[in-house]
Design a protein around this ligand. Structure first.
Ligand SMILES: Nc1ncnc2c1ncn2[C@@H]1O[C@H](COP(=O)(O)OP(=O)(O)OP(=O)(O)O)[C@@H](O)[C@H]1O
Length: 228
């Protein structure tokens, strides 16, 4: 489903004329198969977020190949990349990134509005999904009236509503207490099992990584496969 070969990226940091090169990805290779949960673990600053940003097409790598469902994405221009991203990927963030002025229902509905779907169809889809992820009772709540776990459920539902085959999650439980973390991990596992969704999740938490079918460690600019 995703094949990454020899991905390389170096950041230039510091003042102009005195820039320092920081090689972050030094030849990353890995594969993600359809229907699996893959965890990318590694220390803070090891390059996990950079890798996810490049996978999603938000950033270009200097070198390397990324095949997503057979399509080479490393060379797409910005418009092509945005269109491809919309079809293939849903995003789940540590800090939820919900729109504060929209209710839970409206946050989940928003991507469908942007797609131009009719109101009746949007409402049916959102209701069904809210029911599935256990949010029906808080449909009218605004983000600041929701618990952290509920906010993450809303953000997961928003990521799923357009039916992308791949979910990219950046520290999805990083802002949650341990009990709520377990709830969200169970939700991710059930969505993976029931809907066959593929998850690529980055985390620095070894416990969170245990739900993955396969685990890779970002180490010295490379991804090393670990025993699950
Ligand atoms: N836009 C940027 N410009 C320059 N350097 C950057 C940029 N983004 C990241 N870096 C550097 O690249 C390295 C990897 O950062 P990255 O955020 O990918 O790590 P990470 O493993 O996701 O860390 P964390 O777990 O703390 O989020 C760090 O040394 C960081 O300072």
């Amino acid at each position: 489903m995703i094949q990454v070969e020899n991905l390389q990226h170096t950041f230039l940091i510091g003042k102009r004329g005195k820039e320092k090169q920081v090689p972050v990805l030094k030849g990353v290779n890995f594969e993600v198969h359809k229907g699996e949960i893959v965890a990318i673990v590694g220390k803070s600053g090891s390059g996990k977020s950079t890798l996810l940003q490049i996978l999603a097409g938000f950033m270009k790598a200097e070198k390397g190949s990324i095949l997503v469902n057979g399509k080479e994405t490393a060379n797409l221009n910005e418009t092509e990349s945005a269109a491809f991203r919309l079809r293939q990927f849903g995003f789940i963030f540590q800090n939820f990134q919900l729109m504060p002025g929209l209710s839970a229902f409206e946050n989940i509905e928003l991507p469908l509005k942007l797609q131009g779907l009719r109101k009746a169809i949007r409402q049916e889809k959102v209701k069904k999904l809210m029911d599935k992820v256990g949010l029906t009772e808080v449909a009218d709540h605004y983000p600041n009236e929701l618990s952290g776990g509920q906010q993450q459920r809303v953000s997961i539902a928003r990521a799923l509503i357009t039916n992308p085959p791949i979910l990219l999650a950046d520290e999805p439980t990083g802002s949650l207490d341990s009990e709520t973390e377990q709830d969200i991990l169970l939700l991710i596992q059930s969505l993976n099992r029931e809907l066959g969704l593929t998850f690529v999740m980055i985390t620095h938490d070894e416990e969170v990584a245990t739900i993955a079918h396969r685990r890779f460690r970002m180490y010295d600019g490379e991804l090393v496969k670990e025993e699950a």
